[in-house]
Ligand binder design. Structure first.
Ligand SMILES: [Cu+2]
Length: 507
């Protein structure tokens, strides 16, 4: 990273923005020889600014490289708001409002003492006015009042970054909650004057909650639900804008490397209990500030807050990022993966952990996402759905949803879980309808499958959408020596409508 020598080059004449006003309340000095170590920790108002750079912004999970600077400068930031339809789940699109074209907004990296010249553009194709409120700004509205921008226009404001830390930014156009709930949040890192300690990997993760009229994983274009948002009942809680994004493209590291995550919580409503399954945070910069906690299992991230966590990875395998408010992880999408690859001798890793590598228990139907669910949904919408597409989608969904009990090959577990393979329950004349009923309403009590008695209980899986249930059962009927056939979405809907709904089931 940069050197202290460059401090000698700060010129009073380049102190264009901010330092004029500040000189009255500070030392009044525009000294050219302030060493970085003196500036460290202090608010940066007194340090003059020299030169100008264009900020390099990145989409999540990438983070721009360290500024490498040891002196403040003017940083020009250009950010464009775009209203775009993007996937929020496999086969589900959402009309997001974005800072930079994706959710979350682009990552901005500056240094304490920098003066930021911020240009906010609102793409001409957009329908809504937008603005930006940055928590790194000291000043009324955090920039929001200065950046109210109509479609096709650009606005500008300037601020000086007084404090270091990791900060949320968001749109604050009325109705504010709706703009945030449509994805308009991101992070800005203000490095301390001495920079951050070197690590092998830095990643950007942002949690948001989304509210749709449509049920969780109901395929097609989902619509925003204002009432659910007001009642704080999210349909989706996801990392980086989609329940797929950190699953399809996991974060990566190698054994022995150090990782720093910048984790923001855009809300609008939920507070995150951020946790990585199988990992302990060596350091947590609590609430993104200067307080460092060590050896933390789960850290709270308030809505509109952010945190910086650091850890070394010692054991290869897949580590699952979750919001430990755990229904959000497994039933609303708040799940991501950090994949740690082996590197040379794993002797030490084995002495730390002797268990199995990849924990598909936690990854469930995301263990091997194939795109089959979306392919089936697309075909359904076009009226071209085939048994083969249903089987492929059902196979992906079966993993985890049903396999936890009935096992991967449908073989079951003697005396506990009946087999789905060559099941005489399924091959009976009413087998198909009863199977749909089992999934929608559950099943308990005495049961004989292939001559063996069971007296157990299967919970209702009524949270699954009709098409997912149809695809799973089509897969089951066409696998492991079962009689074949097709289960349609309409058949599942009919059974659901006739069934006495279990408590909490969507109607
Ligand atoms: Cu907005």
């Amino acid at each position: 990273m940069g050197s202290f020598a460059r401090f000698g080059t700060i010129a009073v004449g380049l102190c264009l923005l901010g330092c004029g006003e500040q000189s009255g309340k500070g030392t009044g000095s525009s000294s050219t020889s302030t060493p970085a170590s003196t500036a460290s920790g202090a608010k940066a108002a007194e340090v003059p600014v020299s030169g100008s750079v264009d900020a390099q912004l990145t989409h999540a999970p990438e983070v721009p490289p360290p500024t490498g600077r040891t002196a403040p400068t003017k940083v020009v930031v250009n950010l464009e708001v775009k209203e775009v339809e993007l996937p929020i789940s496999d086969g589900v699109q959402y009309p997001f409002w974005t800072f930079g074209g994706r959710v979350p907004g682009k990552f901005i990296r500056i240094r304490q003492g920098d003066t930021v010249e911020f240009h906010l553009s609102n793409h001409p194709d957009n329908k809504m006015p937008h603005n930006i409120d940055m928590h790194a700004v000291t000043g009324p509205g955090g920039g929001a009042t200065s950046t109210a921008t109509a479609p096709g226009h650009t606005s500008q404001f300037t601020f000086k970054a007084l404090a270091s830390g990791i900060f949320v930014y968001h749109c604050a156009t009325a109705p504010v909650g709706m703009h945030i709930a449509n994805g308009m949040t991101g992070l800005i890192l203000v490095e301390p004057p001495e920079g951050l300690p070197k690590v092998d990997h830095e990643y950007y993760v942002m949690q948001n909650d989304f509210y749709t009229v449509d049920k969780y994983r109901e395929k097609g274009l989902a619509k925003f639900d204002m009432q659910k948002a007001i009642e704080e009942r999210p349909t989706y809680v996801v990392f980086n804008g989609s329940e797929e994004s950190l699953v399809r493209d996991p974060l990566k590291a190698k054994v022995g490397e150090t990782v720093r995550l910048f984790v923001g919580n855009g809300g609008p409503n939920m507070v995150s209990s951020f946790h990585i399954i199988g990992e302990i945070f060596d350091k947590v910069y609590v609430e993104g500030g200067k307080l460092v906690n060590e050896q933390v299992q789960t850290t709270l991230i308030p809505a509109g807050g952010a945190v910086m966590v650091e850890f070394k990875v010692e054991v290869p395998g897949s580590y699952v990022l979750v919001d430990h408010s755990i229904f959000r992880a497994f039933n609303k999408g708040a799940l991501g993966i950090l994949k740690v690859d082996p590197q040379g001798d794993e002797g030490i890793a084995k002495s730390i952990y002797g268990g199995r590598g990849i924990d598909s228990v936690y990854l469930s139907d995301k263990a091997a996402p194939t795109g089959a669910v979306k392919a089936a949904a697309d075909a359904e919408a076009k009226g071209t759905l085939t048994r083969e597409l249903q089987i492929a989608a059902g196979k992906q969904l079966f993993a985890g949803t049903c396999s936890a009990c009935h096992q991967n090959e449908g073989q079951g577990i003697p005396t506990v879980f009946p087999p789905l393979a060559k099941s005489d329950f399924l091959s009976a004349p009413d087998g198909k309808t009863k199977a749909i009923h089992n999934v929608v309403s559950g099943l308990s009590g005495k049961l004989t499958v292939n001559g063996a008695p069971y007296d157990s209980s299967m919970p209702p899986l009524s949270n699954l959408p009709d098409d997912d249930i149809a695809n799973i059962l089509t897969y089951v009927l066409n696998s492991w020596g079962n009689p074949g056939g097709v289960v349609t979405k309409a058949e599942v809907a009919a059974v659901r409508a006739a069934a006495k709904a279990p408590p909490g089931a969507p109607k």
